[in-house]
Every structure is written in structure tokens, then in C-alpha cells.
Design a protein around this ligand. Structure first.
Ligand SMILES: [Zn+2]
Length: 318
């Protein structure tokens, strides 16, 4: 019997702060959710908020060793709790996200919070410090440009299509060719696709991400990709994971098999390459369950609740 999701993963991960370019920072942590920051002339843009204010404060202390500029923008790549519920620690003037992300928080933010807390308790450092749901104060549908000033160029926030969720955005620095992708791309970490649109993600959305031509990429989890070649590899890994799921779950669905058959087939195909990467076992039951629905024509992901999580886990991951 496998331990539910990541509830047994309680060992602290080592955090690593990297200066990716001029005034561009990323904090990675051995497969835990990545965060970043970009300096403007007299302000900061932070990317992702971590799971709790207490967890976020640890990141901000590290960042403050490099810059004391105030945080004007907190950008949230998507609605997932482990990326947004630490927002209050940033004291940002504006919290920026996609229109759909704000709508998803209204629709399912509370359920997602309870679900993720039970799945990944270690990330929720002092969960009582969370003041409530995080509400974006600035939203957009296609593209939003932040002018960084002082010769620092632009930071472009862009929607690339439906993918990991219905409202993922990337943060792109065309001058330095640095790209923050949120969970749309993972580098040597398993994909979570429980709220995804697999067919869109594996095709047009990843095409749009690749077309930016990044030479450094900070994915949702995993190490920073430091070259065009490493960026291509990270995008390729993400696409291969999705294509493999689509092929295996699709074949079982087509043949009139069961969800359990689909899980076994997808797991067997992915395990040799991805089985040892962070959160692989945690994600697979939720991933296959969502793809099964997608193939059955259920357009929008069914809301995960703490209770539904356990039911799907018990059905598939035994
Ligand atoms: Zn996510």
C-alpha cells in the first residue's frame, strides 16, 4: 500500500537561490515548487507565492540578501494552492493572474486548498498563517507587459493556451531570453495533470511556449535549464510525458477498457523514464483520472476535494 499522495514525504528539501541573469532570481528546491523574482528600476516582480506566508518568508529573506526593492507585482502562474496561499507575505501592490485563474479561485479555490493540504502537508509550513484565499487584483486574458525601467526592458506575461490548468501564464524576459513557465513545463520532475487539458497542452500550448525561444527556463519544479538545449529538453520531457499518457490512456479508452487498466498501462509506460522523479507516484492516479474524463468528453476538470482524492487514490494506487 503506497502512502497517500505526498503525505509521507516529510524530509526537508535543500533550497538553492540562483541568479539567472541581471536582476533575475530563482529559488529551486529538489523538485518542490519553484519561485522567482525579477528586478525593475525601483521595484520587484515576484513570481509565485508558495503554500503559506511562513514558507514565503523564508524565500523573501533569501531574496533580501540581494535586493531591498519593494514588491510591486506578485505574479501567480495559476490557481493551485501551493503556489498562491503564501501571497500575504509579499505585501505586493498588485497580485496579477489570468482571468481564468481568478475565476477558478472563486469556483474551486477552497476545495483545492483542502485537497493540496492533505496531499502535500510538508509544503504547508504553519498552515494557520494563511489568512484566506488569494484574490488576484489585476487579471488579463492574453498578454500583459510590465516595463521594468532603467534599461531593463520588458517583462511579458503571456497566456499560451489551456495546459496544466485553464489559466496558466508564463513570464518572459525577451531581452535576456529567460522564461518562467510555472507548471506548464517541468524539468526532471513528474507532471501533475489532474486539472489539465492534455490535448491542448501537448500541442498548441507547448508549441507557443517553445516558440518564445528561451535560453534559460525556470519550470514549475526541478532544476533551472541553463541553455537553449536544456530548455528544449525540458519542453520535450513535458511533451513526452503528456504524449505517453495520451497514447496509453487513449488506447485503453478506445478499446473499452477500465480506468484501472488505463492507470496500469500509463504507469508501466512512464515508470522507466519518470518513476524516480519527484511526485511521480503522487500524481499518477489524479492524472489518469482526469485524462479519462477528458477522453470521455468532460471538458472542464471535475473539482478535486479531499474526499474525492482519497477515493481515486484507493481505487487506483493500491
Ligand atoms: Zn500546479
Amino acid at each position: 500500500m503506497k502512502t497517500f499522495a505526498s503525505s509521507g514525504d516529510l524530509a526537508e528539501k535543500a533550497q538553492k537561490l540562483e541568479v539567472i541573469g541581471d536582476g533575475v532570481y530563482a529559488l529551486t528546491a529538489e523538485g518542490d515548487p519553484n519561485v522567482g523574482a525579477i528586478e525593475g528600476e525601483d521595484f520587484l516582480v515576484c513570481f509565485e507565492a508558495m503554500a503559506t506566508p511562513v514558507a514565503a518568508r523564508g524565500w523573501l529573506e533569501r531574496l533580501r540578501e540581494h535586493t531591498d526593492k519593494p514588491i510591486r507585482y506578485l505574479v501567480l502562474s495559476h490557481y493551485h494552492a501551493v503556489r498562491v496561499l503564501g501571497a500575504s507575505a509579499f505585501d505586493a501592490e498588485m497580485i496579477v493572474a489570468h482571468d481564468n485563474t481568478r475565476a477558478l479561485i472563486a469556483e474551486r479555490g477552497r476545495e483545492d486548498w483542502e485537497s493540496e493540504l492533505a496531499r502535500m502537508p510538508r509544503l504547508f509550513r504553519d498552515p494557520a498563517s494563511i489568512p484566506g484565499l488569494t484574490w488576484p487584483t489585476v487579471t488579463f486574458s492574453d498578454r500583459l507587459t510590465i516595463h521594468l525601467g532603467a534599461g531593463r526592458g520588458e517583462l511579458i506575461l503571456a497566456y499560451c493556451g489551456r495546459g496544466h490548468t485553464e489559466g496558466d501564464i508564463v513570464a518572459w524576459l525577451p531581452g535576456q531570453k529567460i522564461l518562467f513557465t510555472g507548471d506548464l513545463v517541468e524539468a526532471q520532475a513528474a507532471l501533475y495533470t489532474g486539472d489539465a487539458f492534455h490535448q491542448d497542452w501537448a500541442t498548441g500550448t507547448l508549441d507557443n511556449v517553445a516558440a518564445l525561444g528561451a535560453e534559460s527556463l525556470i519550470g514549475g519544479r526541478g532544476a533551472v535549464a541553463h541553455s537553449a538545449q536544456a530548455v528544449t529538453a525540458a519542453i520535450g520531457q513535458t511533451r513526452d510525458f503528456l504524449d505517453t499518457m495520451l497514447a496509453r490512456v487513449g488506447a485503453v479508452h478506445e478499446a473499452g477498457g477500465t480506468l484501472k487498466d488505463a492507470f496500469a498501462s500509463a504507469h508501466a509506460a512512464l515508470e522507466p523514464r519518470y518513476g524516480r522523479w519527484p511526485i511521480f507516484e503522487h500524481c499518477m492516479p489524479f492524472n489518469v483520472s482526469r485524462l479519462w474524463d477528458e477522453l470521455a468528453g468532460i471538458d472542464r476538470p471535475v473539482i478535486w476535494t479531499a474526499e474525492r482524492d482519497r477515493q481515486v487514490w484507493d481505487q487506483l494506487q493500491d
